[in-house]
Design a protein around this ligand. Sequence first.
Ligand code: SAM
Length: 231
Amino acid sequence: MSTLLRHAADPLVVDLGYGASGVTTVELAHRLRAVHPRVRVLGLELDPERVAAARPLAEPPWLDFRQGGFELAGTAPIVVRAFNVLRQYAEEDVAGAWKLILGQVAPGGLLVEGTCDEIGRLSSWITLSADGPLSLTVSYHLRTLDRPSTVAERLPKSLIHHNVPGEPVHEFLSLLDSYWLAAAPHQAFGVRFRWLRMVEQVRARGWPVLDGPRRWRLGELTVPWHTVAPA
Ligand SMILES: C[S@@+](CC[C@H](N)C(=O)[O-])C[C@H]1O[C@@H](n2cnc3c(N)ncnc32)[C@H](O)[C@@H]1O
């Protein structure tokens, strides 16, 4: 992500459908700015009242709020974050929404479309380029993690109805559960150690887990889209 922002002619990031309050957009903006000082963040909302409510939080020109939807208000961001937005739509609307958004992003840009629980302890997202979905990430607050398949209820819309036996995403979550259980003795060394042991086992089983220990240690695990795409 930081490489993408660093090399972008215009490092604009859109937080699409930021919701009742703009505070998460503000937090996102400050975190990104710490990594890349030229970044600009734009919060877009369909709901004009939510735009009006967030405006006092704007810090133009680098952080702003406007009304807009999947057409991204005519902007061409390098990254679009859309969290807990498509879950309100029907599964058959997802491909069209992805297409509209990706038709607007700057060349080489990405869409991060995901879902999380209210306090951010369970999260999952799909990363997409103009060529389509690239990967699925599941992410957990490890100290409160019961078992990895609890993310099932927070899967992106395009996967949530496919978490049934015979579907790849179900196989994936079941596998994580069984290795998580098997790694229980490692919890004595800390939950992070247990998680890393689980990741090691998933990789040993031949799953092409992406990224590396720096991300895995955060309680994240990313796999290529083709390994979990609906059958
Ligand atoms: C549940 S809130 C999500 C808020 C925030 N992103 C979060 O994760 O907490 C969903 C928001 O998406 C907005 N929304 C729905 N469809 C949208 C669209 N096509 N474009 C922009 N915003 C949209 C709604 O107005 C609502 O405020």
